[in-house]
Ligand binder design. Structure first.
Ligand code: 13P
Length: 249
């Protein structure tokens, strides 16, 4: 059956000391839980983060990676470099990468393929913008994002993929999707997976919700049958809030 997951995407936040302290703080207060806990610090501190999380169940994951194994790509980080320092999971397709760094479907497809080639796990983000939702196009947009980047994959590859629905209008805005809106989209995605693949694959794929998840709305979001956890931005930067969100599952 699918896993429940709470992942913290720290984005471009926290210095080295804060990185170590926050991981130690989260580790010290983690409840006994079957929920998988992941934290994604910035690239430069990943190795320190892996060391800090070593004796805890926290998995340190990357926020991005390049599509090539190596080569003349100034400023980039490869999958093998991440694996070399003990990172086995990568976030791909985050809306900030799509919006500010021009990551489109065809690029994301190459990154997905690369990660799978070296047997990494992927947290794949997707979600509509406000204008899509206002126009009633949100289901079409989501279906296209998934189809363009992921539907070329065989069934087996899906064992390595976690989906994260992050409506762009809810990221960092304080405006979260309601539990009902999240459930509606997650059920749509699961149904789409069933059509494209099969019911077993659809039922065993974890679908996280992300976008202004806070301690006071986490339980409402997570109580829905197709919401398998969260991808947390701002509230993942405070141990107390992140722990409260983990406890809300
Ligand atoms: P916020 O929780 O700050 O809205 O960010 C969500 C997010 O983008 C996680 O990847």
């Amino acid at each position: 059956m699918r896993k429940q997951i709470v992942a913290g995407n720290w984005k471009m936040n926290n210095n080295l000391q804060e990185t170590k302290e926050l991981i130690n703080d989260i580790a010290a207060h983690l409840p006994q839980t079957n929920t998988k806990v992941m934290v994604a610090p910035t690239f430069v501190y990943l190795q320190h983060a892996v060391a800090a999380a070593k004796d805890s169940p926290i998995e340190i994951i990357a926020q991005n990676m390049h599509f090539a194994a190596q080569g003349a790509y100034t400023g980039e980080i490869s999958s093998t470099m991440l694996q070399d320092i003990g990172v086995q999971t990568v976030i791909l397709g985050h809306s900030e990468r799509r919006a500010y760094f021009g990551e489109d479907a065809s690029l994301l497809r190459t990154k997905v393929d690369r990660a799978l080639e070296v047997n990494m796990q992927i947290v794949f983000c997707f979600g509509e913008e406000l204008e899509d939702r206002k126009a009633g196009n949100h289901f079409d947009v989501v279906q296209e994002q998934l189809s363009d980047a992921l539907f070329h994959l065989g069934e087996k590859a899906w064992e390595q993929i976690v989906l994260a629905y992050e409506p762009v209008w809810a990221i960092g805005t304080g405006e979260t999707a309601s539990g009902a809106q999240a459930q509606e989209m997650h059920a749509f995605v699961r149904n789409t997976l069933e059509q494209q693949y099969n019911g077993q694959l659809a039922a065993s794929t974890s679908i996280l919700y992300g976008g202004s998840v806070k301690p006071n709305n986490a339980a409402d979001l997570f109580s829905n049958p197709d919401v398998d956890g969260g991808l947390i931005g701002g509230a993942a930067l405070k141990a107390e809030d992140f722990i409260a969100i983990i406890k809300a599952i």
